[in-house]
Design a protein around this ligand. Structure first.
Ligand code: NCD
Length: 300
């Protein structure tokens, strides 16, 4: 069975194949008809706007059907204590592909063991978010042209931010230079260790000094819902406003997986470098359509 559960399972060749399929879908999106008869089960235990809607819109655009549980923790039998094992075995009887988000970072292991149809990880607790990382890199390639050797600054909640945890291993495939800017100094070493990377870690002041060299500035929000210590412990409050933006190259881009917190000031929303609104979001639709199609075709 082929799933997309972790970026650890993706080679550079597979990522490039996904991007080639994405490009083809994007080029002729209104004729991206593929699957009249197949059904996606969209099973979301944690809140989502972009990820869930883009998957569901992608499947509908491909001509398939969608069964959606946007509040699965209260609306499904998980509420009655049913296990993930039984949940995956059951859902597999009603559709052809499952897109799942759950707060338990180990749920993909259960999916791997028990799902009889392909499963896509749309977020696993503070663990991973592989499809977000793919669309982030697809966006960067589209905006910059080439990303080999480019400079990326990843800012925010490195400890709990699953998008970052998926993004770093994929970026390593492209040999980009990574600069990490933890949102709070508390746990800084733990954050860096967790990411298992030899990338440079910078304070916000140090980050400002190297901003003019960056090609991508990737901002993320503080994951308040996953934090057990008090907000007062944050030492740094990172924010990109017009002042910081003015230090960046004209060709640089600001990305954000959304939802945005205070880390990007709305005053830069219309700066051409701010790619995180429509451009990055729209790419999510194309990348996810490609992934669904490839998994349904068992062509992964
Ligand atoms: C992210 C997530 O859910 O991990 N959002 C998303 O899917 N685009 C980022 C976040 O919630 O901070």
């Amino acid at each position: 069975m082929q799933h997309l559960l972790s970026v650890q399972d993706l080679s550079l060749e597979t990522v490039e194949k996904i991007f080639a399929e994405t490009k083809a879908i994007e080029k002729d999106f209104h004729n991206a008809w593929y699957s009249r008869n197949q059904t996606m089960i969209s099973f979301f235990v944690e809140p989502s706007t972009r990820t869930r809607f883009s998957f569901e819109a992608a499947m509908q655009h491909l001509g398939g059907r969608v069964l959606s549980a946007p509040d699965a923790l209260v609306s499904s039998s998980l509420k009655k204590g049913e296990t993930l094992k039984d949940t995956f075995r059951t859902l597999g009887c009603y559709g052809d592909i499952i897109v799942c988000r759950h707060s338990d970072s180990n749920w993909p292991e259960e999916a791997k063991k028990y799902a009889r149809i392909p499963v896509i990880n749309a977020g696993s607790g503070e663990g991973e978010h592989p499809t977000q990382a793919l669309l982030d890199i697809y966006t960067a390639k589209k905006e910059l042209g080439e990303i080999q050797g480019s400079n990326w600054m990843l800012c925010g909640d490195l400890l709990h931010g699953r998008t970052i945890h998926s993004l770093i291993p994929l970026l390593k495939l492209y040999k980009v230079n990574i600069f990490l800017v933890p949102a709070y100094i508390e746990n800084r070493q733990r954050q860096i260790r967790l990411l298992n990377t030899d990338s440079k870690s910078l304070s916000f002041d140090e980050a400002i000094a190297v901003l003019p060299e960056m090609d991508i500035v990737y901002m993320t929000r503080i994951q308040h819902e996953r934090i057990s210590f008090t907000v007062d412990e944050y030492v740094q409050a990172i924010q990109i406003s017009q002042r910081e933006c003015d230090k960046m190259k004209k060709t640089a881009r600001i990305l954000h997986p959304g939802p945005r917190g205070r880390e990007i000031h709305p005053e830069i929303d219309d700066d051409p470098r701010a790619a995180f609104h429509e451009r990055q979001v729209r790419n999510g639709l194309y990348v996810r359509a490609a992934l669904v199609k490839m998994l349904l075709e068992r062509n992964f």
